[in-house]
Design a protein around this ligand. Structure first.
Ligand code: GLN
Length: 484
């Protein structure tokens, strides 16, 4: 059963070829067998999952089931789940049990989906390798000496090894697309405002956006249709109708204008990854698309801009963890200041502290204009580049990452090298645009991803463009050896 895509599982469940309870049991068994090596899950909710599966089976019996009823999935441990620990990968929240569900969780639950557990992640979603997690690193199922990417690394490893048919993720600067690329999955980050952030623990609020990691674009379309839409509890949620993403998958590609930014192919890009992008473009040309050379002149500013804006916002968002209202509190504080400083000192890991210090610095009087304000200006330039490009083309394509998965420990001592792994991703978040990564081949036996960037609220087109490629290729069907 685990070889089937989410769409296939949905059809089999509707046809009653197996029950949700049987299916859920099968995934729980795989988690029991493989999770000790991969460390993809922080929490496995076995009893709740089986109970939800039985309830889904009853719905299917009664005939009031939707396409997702009874299908299992995993949630990144950044989404609040009522009654189940939500750690955000941090010691700070190791003891935190949310009293409510995030909107994303609530919507997928109402559709009848069965939560298998909560997946491992970089601490507070800060990282590109899942090595900053308090719960230890996640292994890439394609090569367990390598990282699965981050920060949604647990979600990526879980789906790549088919411990779950799909998982939620969040993407502040690449954290869905980069791990999807490094583990051979489809990962979509929607337009900022498309999916509610309510109940999603905040990292950098003007960049954070929820999405999914799945085997196929068709699977992503099914999930996104349920997750998307206006939520009055999130003031940045946008009130725009949600298209039927599944129905739009089969639109013909003829005449599609693809922009290829020359800046994406500069130094730093692994040559074979570059060649794989060109091979993917040939598939699109065969389908009737035209490729246009374009330029994003301020692309080089995206990583430095991101590393001012994201830390600034995180330093503010993370000030709420003070040992008073929730989260870790130090033992025997002597006074209030001692409690604040020791609780925060003990609760946060090194990368989070680095970001809080950078963020506090760029926001402080005397440095605000030179750094934060300047970054807001360069952010506008980056956004304008994209808008200019979308006046000429329908989508932009390029690599998702400069290289395939790197080794565990390879970049942990050098934050800048680590940050550069998201060079093709950061600008998309700064502009608030949607982006998807899909498997486009292998380099040194490791999966690599094609990134497709769309205009605002053009998720339907991104999914259709991705789906069309997946009908022509079988990269997305490959499974890591040992897990098939
Ligand atoms: N790797 C980037 C960072 O460390 C992006 C993280 C994310 O998208 N959550 O900030």
């Amino acid at each position: 059963m685990h070889n089937l895509t989410l769409a296939e599982l949905s059809r089999e469940l509707q046809a009653r070829r197996f029950t949700s309870e049987e299916l859920t049991h099968a995934y729980l068994q795989r988690i029991g067998r493989f999770n000790p090596q991969l460390n993809a899950f922080i929490t496995v909710t076995q009893d709740e999952a089986l109970a939800a599966a039985r309830a889904a089976d009853a719905r299917i019996q009664r005939g009031d089931a939707g396409p997702l009823t009874g299908v299992p999935l995993a949630h990144k441990d950044i989404f609040c789940t009522a009654g189940v620990k939500t750690s955000c990968g941090s010691k700070m929240l190791d003891n935190f049990v949310s009293p409510y569900d995030a909107t994303v969780v609530e919507r997928l639950k109402s559709a009848g989906m069965v939560m298998l557990g909560k997946t491992n992640m970089d601490e507070f979603a800060m990282g590109s390798s899942n090595e900053t997690s308090f719960y230890g690193p996640v292994k890439n199922p394609w090569d367990q000496k390598r990282v699965p990417g981050g920060s949604s690394g647990g979600s990526a490893a879980a789906v790549a090894a088919r411990l779950s048919p799909a998982a939620t993720g969040t993407d502040t600067g690449g954290s869905i697309r980069q791990p999807a690329a490094l583990t051979g999955l489809t990962g979509i980050k929607p337009t900022y405002g498309r999916v509610s952030r309510y109940g999603m623990i905040a990292f950098a609020s003007s960049l954070d956006q929820a999405g999914v990691l799945t085997a196929t674009a068709e699977d992503a379309a099914m999930l996104l249709g349920v997750m998307s839409g206006f939520d009055p509890r999130d003031s940045t949620s946008v009130d725009q109708p949600v298209p039927d993403y599944t129905a739009e998958l089969e639109r013909p590609l003829k005449g599609l204008r693809i922009g290829l930014p020359k800046e994406f192919f500069d130094r730093g890009l692994n040559e074979q990854v570059g060649a794989a992008v060109h091979a993917a473009l040939d598939v699109y040309k065969k389908l009737g698309a035209q490729v246009h050379d374009i330029s994003l002149p301020n692309f080089w500013l995206s990583v430095p801009t991101y590393y001012v804006v994201a830390p600034a916002e995180c330093s503010s968002n993370l000030s709420r963890y003070d040992g008073v209202r929730f989260g870790h509190r130090c033992e025997n504080p002597v006074d209030l200041l001692d409690m604040y400083t020791r609780s925060r000192g003990e609760g946060f890991g090194a990368e989070v502290k680095r970001r809080i210090m950078t963020g506090t610095y760029v926001l402080s009087a005397g440095y605000y204009d030179a750094y934060y304000l300047k970054a807001q200006k360069t952010r506008s330039l980056i956004r304008q580049d994209f808008l200019q490009a979308f006046s000429q083309v329908d989508v932009i394509m390029g690599p998702s990452t400069p290289t395939p998965a790197f080794g565990l420990g390879e970049k942990t001592d050098d934050p800048i090298t680590m940050y550069l792994n998201d060079i093709y991703a950061n600008g998309v978040n700064l502009a608030g645009l949607p982006g998807i990564s899909i498997p486009m081949g292998f380099v040194d036996n490791l999966p690599v991803g094609l990134q497709i960037i769309g205009n605002y609220f053009d998720e339907a087109r991104l999914l259709c463009v991705a789906h069309s490629y997946q009908k022509e290729t079988d990269w997305h069907r490959r499974m890591p050896p040992g897990f098939s």
